[in-house]
Ligand binder design. Sequence first.
Ligand code: ATP
Ligand code: BTN
Length: 325
Amino acid sequence: MAKAIREHLIRALATGEFVSGQDLGDQLDISRTAISKHIKALVEMGLDIFSVTGKGYKLSQPLSLLSKDEIICLMPSNGSIPEIEVHSLIDSTNSYLLRRLPNQLSQGQVCLAEFQSAGRGRRGRQWISPFGSQIYLSLYWHLEQGLSAAMGLSLVTALAVSDAIFSLTNIQVQLKWPNDVYLGGVKLAGILIDLEGQALEASHSVIGIGLNLNMPAQAAEKIDQKWTDLQSHCKNRIDRNALCAQLIHHLLKRLHQHQNEGLSVMLEEWHAQDFYLNKRVKLLTGERTTKGICRGVNNQGALMLEVDGQVSPIYGGEVSLRGDE
Ligand code: ATP
Ligand code: BTN
């Protein structure tokens, strides 16, 4: 109920014109006090709404909302177009697709949202997801050969994010094993892969991308590490629908390439963008810290870590990589 009311308010205010509390109350058949409470909730989600006595509520700027039709129109014509859903308010785009497993999804199906109330990072961390200014995208990918085919998916996805950003802006990002996209030395985007199934049976993956485009100041205060957003690096305004179209196109292209040829054909591209390649790093595993030199990744997507002159593969999971200056 609250979700439907808030979605109505967002649509009513989207043009950036004043709308009176009385009119909004009449449209929804609720009191002006109730309207005021829902507006407050929308402000907490990151919407910049102000009120003027006698005039009503107004957004500081018109919203440029995500549109399924526009995204489809903007997708390059040489690729396939998957099923796409766009939500205003959702808990998490990854969780939404996971709830639809196994029968309610088609290969490559995409879920996008304007706002996530429970955006997830790795290992239960929170992904700060303010309304209408960033990208929250999840895509379902069926793994015919079982979970073993999931190795390297986060690297494949990071390369696709890089491809999409480059094709739209000519900006070259850097990639941090196993799941981060960096720009100017700090985090621009994060990738979350959720898996369901058995090693040797057909299984499911949900690939989530959170990409900062226009970080609102209020949301920025909640992030406890250095970050950046794409718009700060680009003079021309970046269109969110165009960015989504490029992300979907390049992700599907990379996933098909991975399915047919494996990760080995992408290693050269990864190494050209690897943030820590040949640098001193620390590997954090729970309480344990291992120091070494990053020697890139192998065919399975494992990090190649040199310790005392010996290079060994480190597989993803409960590990974090940090610089060791
Ligand atoms: P690692 O993946 O190496 O363990 P990480 O600190 O980047 O390191 P993740 O789980 O990948 O951890 O990402 C979640 C973290 O990202 C959060 O703990 C927070 O510090 C940060 N974060 C949350 N929201 C955002 C956002 N919108 N933009 C940038 N960073 C964010
Ligand atoms: C990370 O850096 O730990 C990964 C962050 C992934 C965030 C995205 S936003 C879309 C999708 N839905 C989620 O709940 N998480 C991912």
